[in-house]
Design a protein around this ligand. Structure first.
Ligand SMILES: [Zn+2]
Length: 283
């Protein structure tokens, strides 16, 4: 083999290497996030002890409900959104507790958020103040949740069930009971999420029209026994339930009482973030 041939071969090998590296990079990129596919995706992110739910509509709207504690949500978003896609159409903060709020502050800073939904209930929490300040600095439009205000993104409908009326400026003794509750509908699929709403508010919800035979119910308040009463569960009769709960959490969520109630209400499957990690459904 002449020197020339060696150079030629090594040139071809380089080209081949470059080509296979390119193929590798493309397949790694595809594996790292999911391309839009005209389907409805919902991710119950594993953010430790807290709530964070991402919805990708068939038209590729992205709606983020709560951001969990600290900034774990950033890594979760990076796993399902393309690196260069920094747009989130709608951010919902159900209530101002850290396990729902903290990650959203980081999301507001790093993503181009197009609108935010809050209750406007009173809170002196410094993280909440930072959240509002970031919204104001970035001129993000704010919507306030109440039952008569609903939201539509393409074929996906967000039916606000709670608060019943505007609670702007209201002081809640129990902040869990200020949580935004929504029935998310796509075709014949219904997904019910009520933040950390507790039993006394479930009793009030039972007096009004409620969805029944819901496909997915996100267990309120991380499966605590303060929520998911048997009467409420029997009314909504969920097929599958997701419990957003952190491994070995100090609250010992979910409560055995809630798990018993879920079985009594004939729930077919219970998913838990502490066991399964992020839980994803595609319709
Ligand atoms: Zn919570």
């Amino acid at each position: 083999m002449t020197v020339f041939e060696i150079i030629k071969i090594s040139g071809n090998v380089k080209k081949l290497l470059a080509l296979s590296l390119g193929v590798c990079l493309i397949s790694i990129c595809c594996a790292l996030y999911e391309l839009p596919d005209d389907k409805f995706h919902i991710y119950f992110f594993d953010v430790g002890q807290g709530d964070s739910i991402l919805i990708k509509t068939p038209q590729n709207h992205k709606i983020l409900i709560d951001g969990g504690p600290r900034d774990f949500v950033l890594e979760r978003l990076g796993e399902v959104m393309p690196f260069l896609d920094k747009e989130i159409d709608f951010v919902v903060l159900t209530h101002t507790h850290a396990d729902h709020l903290e990650g959203l502050v980081e999301v507001l800073k790093r993503f181009e958020v197009k609108a935010v939904l809050i209750t406007g209930a009173s809170s002196s929490d410094p993280t909440y103040k930072e959240f509002l300040k970031t919204i104001s600095e970035k001129n993000i439009p704010i919507y306030f949740a109440e039952r008569k205000n609903d939201f539509v993104f393409g074929e996906v409908f967000f039916d606000v069930l709670y608060p019943f009326k505007s609670v702007i400026g209201e002081n809640f003794e129990n902040i869990n009971n200020s949580s935004i509750g929504m029935n998310i509908m796509f075709e014949d699929i219904q997904i019910l999420t009520l933040g950390d709403l507790e039993r006394d508010k479930e009793a009030e919800l039972l007096k009004r029209p409620l969805p029944h035979s819901v496909n997915i119910y996100k267990a309120s308040h991380h499966g605590s026994k303060t929520s998911s009463s048997i009467d409420f569960l029997k009314k909504i009769s969920p097929k599958e339930v997701v419990i957003q709960v952190g491994e070995g959490n100090k609250f010992k969520h979910p409560s055995p009482e809630t798990i018993r109630n879920l079985h009594r209400a004939n729930v077919e499957k219970i998913y838990r973030n502490d066991i399964e990690g992020t839980v994803k459904f595609v319709f």
